[in-house]
Design a protein around this ligand. Structure first.
Ligand code: CS2
Ligand code: MG
Length: 405
């Protein structure tokens, strides 16, 4: 069943998404997500200019060979742009294989290991009490795990806090240039232990707590924070320090038993191999869109299983419902799945474009048995929301030093 055409769509229903549609000679098509937040056109061009011409006429069933062809067959390997392009093609080919076989992709991956996919929700507050009120809202909605992020007194904006925006789509908006945000580790350290102390006092152990440091601490600072939070028994502390140097996590691991999660910025197994085989983390957070698709994530997940590391796929609003669906098929069929980040199925505009049968029930996502990934994409609707350049923020210390956002 040969590939006849491949289309790339960039739309912006509140935020940009890059969607790939692979069409076979008999008209069967598959969908993939290639969204790299803030670099969308780089991926779209990579696909249209360098990948699509090489795939026309190839057998759509040859998923592994096409993956290797696009990965090993290219001299300039790895990186977010290349791997997102491979990811989108890979997701689309799995979608096609499911549709042709009449099976949901999870059946092709080994079938169900669980009834549904456990989630963690986001509680983002302007201060500690506001954050705890948001935790209560998540509990009321049935979530059993909640990530807490709070504004930091003395800092105008910080990662993960919505401020006066109603959702992440509005927060990301279409920033003409990267907004600059201030960071102070000292001010952060004053707040975070107090946040989790108050959270445990108010909620006891009824829910799991998580926190995303977003790579802002040096390893010894991460170790210190991990130690300070041990008594609050987090499910995991995410991106405790920058991900590029896997050695950082030897130092952090040496000092604290707070479980560690990392990996949303990783693109290949090579980025996390040392972390996994040395058991320096407890959860690997690679996303299908950023780590080479279903094929790429499966390779990493199986390697992680050897070292008792569970998966906790990235689930931010810049991953489209197609990526989220790919995660559901992976999560329900991966034995060492841990937990899935969940920020909703998108805003009202994006729901008119991306159609799916996934449902939210009691803090879990349930997927239906539609063949393939179970998501559809309305090209006409998508064209009503044209691309708008947008940037992620840049972070600086109070003295102006450029820092990790
Ligand atoms: C965050 C992301 O969800 C998370 O864990 O780290 O929201 C991240 O900031 C975005 O995906 C960046 O585009
Ligand atoms: Mg994160």
């Amino acid at each position: 069943m040969n590939i006849q055409d491949i289309k790339v769509f960039v739309c912006s229903p509140g935020r940009n998404f890059v969607t790939v549609k692979v069409i076979t000679e008999d008209g069967t098509y598959g969908l993939g997500d290639a969204t790299v937040n803030g670099r969308e056109l780089a991926v779209a061009t990579y696909l249209e200019e360098h990948v699509v011409p090489c795939l026309i006429g190839r057998d759509a069933h040859s998923i592994e060979d096409i993956w290797q062809y696009l990965y090993q067959g290219v001299y300039w390997r790895r990186g977010p742009i290349t791997m997102a392009a491979i990811a989108a093609i890979d997701m689309a080919l799995w979608d096609i294989k499911g549709k042709v076989s009449g099976l949901p992709v999870y059946q092709l991956l080994g079938g169900k290991c669980r009834t549904g996919v456990n989630l963690y929700a986001h509680a983002n507050g302007e201060n500690i009490d506001d954050t705890l009120d948001k935790v209560q809202e998540c509990i009321d909605q049935g979530f059993k795990a909640v990530r807490l992020q709070s504004a930091i007194p003395g800092l105008s904006e910080t990662y993960g806090v919505l401020g006066d925006k109603k959702d992440y789509f509005e927060l990301q908006g279409n920033r003409p240039l990267p907004p600059e945000q201030e960071w102070s580790t000292a001010k952060y350290f004053k707040l975070i232990p107090e946040l989790f102390k108050k959270a445990r006092e108010r909620f006891g152990n009824q829910v799991h707590f998580l926190h995303d440091v977003h790579s802002r601490l040096t390893p010894i600072e991460s170790a210190k924070l991990g130690k300070m939070l041990e008594k609050y028994n987090l499910l995991f502390l995410e991106d405790a320090s920058i991900a590029e140097n896997q050695e950082n996590y030897k130092l952090i691991r040496h000092h604290t038993t707070t479980p560690l999660a990392l990996g949303e910025t990783y693109n290949t197994i090579w980025d996390c191999k040392d972390l996994l085989q040395n058991q320096l983390i407890d959860y690997i957070r690679v996303a299908a869109t950023h780590a080479g698709g279903i094929t790429g994530v499966k390779k990493i997940s199986d390697f992680a299983a050897v070292y008792n590391v569970r998966t906790a796929p990235h689930g931010a609003p810049d991953l489209s419902p197609i990526c989220f669906a790919a995660h559901m098929h992976l999560n329900i069929s991966t034995h060492n799945f841990g937990i899935q980040e969940f920020v909703g199925f998108g805003n009202e505009e994006s729901k008119t474009i991306f159609k799916h049968g996934m449902t939210l029930e009691n803090g879990m996502v349930l997927i239906d048995d539609a063949p393939g990934l179970g998501v559809d994409f309305d090209e006409t609707k998508a064209s009503e929301f044209p691309y708008k350049r947008s940037y992620l923020p840049v972070s600086r210390l109070e003295d102006g030093t450029l820092w990790h956002w």
